[in-house]
Ligand binder design. Structure first.
Ligand code: NDP
Length: 478
């Protein structure tokens, strides 16, 4: 039997679709899934179902699966993140030879990938942690891939990855090497953080259209569709417009969107992004607020109770001019979402010494993934021009966009607040912008308070930085 180019361990939604994608690209694939007592045999189901007319080989014994792969073996693990990845590594490790490559394509935490990569490299097994974005559809037809880990593995897996990856609008494969150890999984985590922020921003636009402008679903669909062009063109806007057109199968006079309970779920990657930002000391108010917005939504019963206690009248907006303002607010918010994500990547580069290539990250995200958007083109160009750019908004192209939208963005945020509409992310993004552009913040008062109650000292504006002072505040009170 001819040996396979790659093995896939884990035939869930992602594993099956990636296996089919590799097969379409004329790679030989071995497929394996664990078999738990009393459970259906997923390998047989896959081989008799979606893989039936392909050259994919299915295996029910892990030893046969490993032996079927051409050395140096490349095995893509597509299982649930966390302990399952460790248990799969423990199972595979004794069956591997030096120089073999294990690739974790799940949503693993970068710290776990650092640990696994250290452990396996010490045993001369190469380890790659790769972000995979695009969901089921992306896995089948072209995901965005963010690999990182053992550098020596990259030339071996590059042709496979580049073949199955999505293609960017410029015709390049949406796949780049992100750096050593957990860099790939870190980039994927940040991708998801940005995704949280943009999704919430779009949801707040919906809230403003629905309540502030009294628009119906057909009108909202039409508006999102019309926005999905030029700089705002994005996958998330495209699917949002579609959502407002889908009628309820139970009653086609109504829309499904109006029957969906307003409690947002989350699997944790947004929370990881926020926690990492706190650890690395990078201000990500928009992304963090998007995580809180989902969490707040989950307190449905409490919200129902509170809604009966407090009433605020919504002040109607004039639809025609307000829609243009809202569109600009959405653009402003997206600029901040990407700025926050890249700021965190920059901090990780400094903290962990990863060579994360920012322009290539933007290229990789420009196709196949959930946050693909026309904005990524000027972002990539800005990093190409100045790789060490400290904050994206300072890039001339983005500065110009921000200057053109911030007044209307402010009007929308102010109106929503006045009307009692909850727009935490629109406001947090604006606060990010306003704090960033404030030459002077009221942090002098924070320093005075800290020095007053805790003798924490402060620097003075008229003295060199790094020189600290303490005042005996009470003694100096007149
Ligand atoms: P599924 O839930 O569809 O499949 C999970 C797979 O993990 C199954 O094959 C399951 O096997 C296997 N598994 C679970 N526990 C163990 C274990 N202890 N040992 C061995 N195998 C185990 O997940 P997906 O395919 O959706 O996701 C796989 C990974 O990809 C996850 O990390 C996910 O976060 C990530 N991902 C998912 C995306 C998506 O849109 N779905 C997008 C990008 C990344 P069994 O059937 O026997 O339980």
């Amino acid at each position: 039997m001819k040996k396979s180019d790659i093995g896939i361990y884990g035939l869930g939604v992602m594993g099956q679709n990636l296996a089919l994608n590799f097969n379409d690209n004329e790679f030989r694939v071995s497929a394996f899934n664990r078999k738990l007592p009393g459970e259906d045999n997923l390998v047989k189901e896959f081989m008799n179902g979606p893989a039936s007319k392909t050259a994919i080989q299915g295996f029910e014994e892990v030893e046969d699966f490993v032996q079927s792969i051409k050395p140096p073996r490349k095995i893509l693990i597509m299982v649930k993140a966390g302990a399952p990845v460790d248990s799969v590594i423990d199972q595979l490790r004794p069956l591997l030879d030096e120089g073999d490559i294990l690739i974790d394509g799940g949503n693993s935490h970068h710290a776990d990938t650092n640990r696994r990569s250290d452990m396996l490299e010490n045993q001369n097994i190469y380890y790659v942690g790769t972000g995979v974005s695009g969901g089921e559809e992306g896995a089948r037809n072209g995901p965005s891939l963010m690999p990182g880990g053992s550098e020596k593995a990259w030339p071996e897996i590059k042709p496979l990855f580049e073949s199955i990856a999505a293609t960017s609008p410029d015709g390049d494969a949406c796949c780049s090497w992100m750096g050593s150890a957990g860099a790939g999984h870190f980039v994927k985590m940040v991708h998801n953080g940005i995704e949280y922020a943009i999704m919430q921003m779009i949801a707040e636009c919906y809230e403003i259209m629905r309540l502030g402008m009294q628009m119906d679903n057909a009108d909202i669909a039409q508006t999102f569709s019309s926005w999905n062009s030029d700089l705002l063109s994005s996958y998330l806007l495209e699917i949002t417009a579609d959502i407002f057109r889908v009628k309820d199968p139970e009653d086609d006079r109504t829309y499904i969107i109006d029957h969906i309970l307003d409690k947002a779920g989350q699997k944790g990657t947004g929370r990881w992004t926020a926690l990492t930002a706190l650890e690395l000391g990078v201000p990500l108010p928009m992304i963090t607020e998007a995580v809180f917005a989902r969490t707040m939504s989950s307190f449905k019963d409490l919200r129902i109770k509170a809604s009966e206690e407090f009433e605020v009248n919504t002040i109607p907006l004039l639809k025609k001019e307000s829609l243009d303002q809202l569109r600009e607010a959405l653009l402003g918010g997206q600029l901040i979402a990407f700025s926050e994500g890249f700021w965190l990547l920059r901090a990780a580069k400094q903290e962990y010494g990863w060579e994360i290539p920012f322009a290539e990250v933007a290229d990789t995200w420009s196709g196949g993934c959930i946050i693909r958007s026309a904005l990524l083109k000027p972002i990539a160009a800005s990093f190409r021009e100045k790789p060490e750019l400290q904050h994206l908004l300072l890039a001339p192209l983005l500065k110009e966009m921000t200057n053109s939208v911030h007044e209307n963005w402010r009007l929308i945020a102010a109106h929503a607040v006045e009307s009692g509409l909850a727009v935490p992310v629109t406001a947090a993004a604006l606060a990010h912008f306003d704090s960033l552009r404030s030459e002077r913040l009221p942090a002098n008062l924070i320093q005075a308070q800290r020095d007053y109650f805790g003798a924490h000292q402060y620097e003075r504006t008229d003295q060199p930085r790094g020189k600290f002072f303490h005042t005996k505040w009470k003694e100096r009170l007149q």
